[in-house]
Design a protein around this ligand. Structure first.
Ligand SMILES: C[S@@+](CC[C@H](N)C(=O)[O-])C[C@H]1O[C@@H](n2cnc3c(N)ncnc32)[C@H](O)[C@@H]1O
Length: 311
């Protein structure tokens, strides 16, 4: 049993994250995806009295749950919690006068709490409003997105973010009638567009695609990777847990080449310019025992890298 599990979320690859991230026990670390605070609790336990963690999440449910759970650390000043999007990392840290850090964790995607709360609209297994916003203060829900898109735009989203082979026919069906208001209505339209054996996987892909679009997930990931490069001190670390190949591919390229094109860059002398040194050639994955205890960890891929000295 993972000691850092809470009813909110079970942190994935917890030991590997802490061992891989914490180099200085009196350092300053950022958990940019605080969720239920499981990884943050483990990080705080690994630090000594001089160490601190800043926890960031764009979801107010996460901020409330983690702040309650970790209130003792907040009181002693070892944990500071900020609600915001990690796409604004330099600004968020600037409010705490922090301009350099020793490590950052990104545990991407949604928490179990978000997924299991029907009213948040993330799951095709639960009926609820077609919302899917991680930050409920932003304007556009999944329902609003479907009301705004034309067929071509929706097809592209399903193809690009869901890698959905039937993107064209599903987009056509989704826009043919009234805008679906609930996850059930959306699911019924999608189910009508595919044969029964493929329904479950198609629903997962369509929901993933809309969620990524609603929350701009790939753009904000690219932004935070660039900002982390500026913020993490040489010798400091980054840990990223991705749950699907769209994210993992971007993380892998960025940590290997320092850019998202996946092409090496060289200086005038022909030396490779690479701000990060990947720690492992292959991503770390949960072992059988972890997957058996937490099936949602099955697709997790952890990549770790060290910030190299500035040229
Ligand atoms: C997989 S959960 C993290 C769980 C956490 N590691 C734990 O131990 O409980 C991902 C969390 O990141 C948050 N999140 C995702 N994208 C974000 C972003 N761009 N900015 C801030 N928070 C984000 C989600 O709201 C969610 O709470």
């Amino acid at each position: 049993m993972n000691p850092y599990t809470s009813g909110y979320h079970e942190p994935v690859l917890c030991k590997a994250v802490v061992n891989g991230l914490v180099g200085k026990t009196d350092g300053c670390y950022v958990d940019a995806t605080l969720g239920g605070g499981g990884h943050t609790a483990a990080l705080l336990d690994a630090l000594d009295a001089g160490g601190r963690v800043v926890g960031i999440d764009q979801d107010s449910d996460a901020i409330e749950a983690a702040s309650t759970r970790l209130s003792d650390f907040i009181q002693t000043g070892h944990l500071q919690v900020i609600q915001g999007n990690f796409a604004n990392l330099p600004v968020l840290l600037g409010t705490l006068n922090i301009s350099a850090i020793d490590g950052i964790l990104l545990d991407l995607g949604v928490s179990s709490h978000q997924f299991d709360a029907g009213h948040r609209g993330f799951s095709h297994r639960l009926d609820g409003p077609l919302d899917m916003r991680m930050d409920t203060h932003v304007d556009e829900s999944a329902r609003d997105l479907l009301a705004r898109l034309d067929e071509r735009e929706l097809r592209l989203i399903l193809r690009k973010y869901g890698e959905e082979p039937r993107a064209g026919s599903i987009a056509r069906k989704l826009l043919a009638g009234p805008v679906p208001e609930t996850t059930r209505e959306l699911s019924e339209i999608v189910e009508g567009a595919v044969p029964p054996p493929q329904r479950s996987k198609t629903l997962a892909r369509v929901f993933q695609a809309l969620r990524i679009a609603v929350n701009n997930e790939l753009e904000v990931l690219e932004q935070v990777l660039r900002d982390a490069t500026d913020l993490v001190r040489p010798g400091g670390r980054i840990a990223v847990i991705a749950y699907h190949s769209l994210e993992d591919r971007r993380v892998k390229r960025f940590l290997r080449y320092g850019n998202l094109r996946g092409e090496p860059e060289r200086d005038l002398m022909g030396n490779l310019i690479a701000p990060w040194r990947p720690i492992n050639r292959r991503p770390l994955v949960p072992d059988e025992e972890e997957v058996a205890g937490n099936p949602r960890s099955r697709s997790a891929r952890l990549r770790l890298a060290e910030r190299l000295p500035l040229p």
